[in-house]
Design a binder for this molecule. Structure first.
Ligand code: CO
Length: 171
C-alpha cells in the first residue's frame, strides 16, 4: 500500500467529471482502492474520492466511524455511485475537505439520501443513508462530478473562504 498525494484546490482534476468504471477485474483497481484507504486514514479523513488523488475514475472510499488511530473501522467502497433520492434538507455545521485543508464552512445538505452504486464485484447495490454518512456521500459524489462543497456556497462566502485558504497555503 502507498500513501498518495492529495490534490489541492484549484487542481484541474478536482473540477473534472470522473469516468465510470467498467473493468472490475483490473488488478490496478484493487491497488488504487487500497492506496486510497491508506491515504484517507493517514490524512486523516472520513472520505476520499479518486480524483482527489489524481485518478479521474468514479470511485470513493468513506469511513464515517473513523476515530484516531483506528483504521478500517467501517470502510465502505463506492464504485460508480449516484444519488437517486434525497430528502430532509438540513444545515450542516462544518463541512471541510482534504483538498481544501484548514478551512470549513456551513453548507446546505440533505440528511437522508438513497444512492445506487456498484461493489468490488461490479454488482449493483442500493443504499439509503442518513446523517454523517449521507453528508459524506453527497460530498464525495460531488467530487466525482467535478464539484467541491464550496460550489454550493454564496459567492461572498466562497470568496472569503478561498481568501483564508490562500493565506493558509502561503504560510
Ligand atoms: Co472533499
Amino acid at each position: 500500500m502507498a500513501i498518495l498525494k492529495i490534490e489541492k484546490y484549484p487542481a484541474v482534476v478536482l473540477k473534472t467529471k470522473t469516468k465510470l468504471i467498467s473493468n472490475f477485474k483490473d488488478p490496478s483497481l484493487q491497488k488504487l482502492i487500497q492506496d486510497m484507504e491508506e491515504t484517507m486514514y493517514t490524512a486523516p479523513g472520513i472520505g476520499l474520492a479518486a480524483n482527489q488523488v489524481g485518478v479521474s475514475l468514479h470511485l470513493a472510499v468513506i469511513d464515517v466511524d473513523y476515530k484516531d488511530g483506528e483504521h478500517n473501522k467501517n470502510l465502505r467502497i463506492f464504485i460508480n455511485p449516484k444519488i437517486v433520492e434525497k430528502s430532509d434538507p438540513i444545515v450542516f455545521e462544518s463541512e471541510g475537505c482534504l483538498s481544501l485543508p484548514g478551512v470549513s464552512e456551513t453548507t446546505k445538505r440533505y440528511n437522508k439520501v438513497t444512492i445506487e452504486y456498484q461493489n468490488l464485484k461490479g454488482e449493483h447495490q442500493t443504499l439509503t443513508a442518513e446523517k454523517l454518512l449521507a453528508i459524506a456521500l453527497q460530498h464525495e459524489i460531488d467530487h466525482l462530478n467535478g464539484k467541491l462543497y464550496i460550489d454550493h456556497l454564496s459567492s461572498l462566502k466562497r470568496d472569503l473562504l478561498l481568501k483564508k485558504f490562500k493565506k493558509i497555503l502561503s504560510q
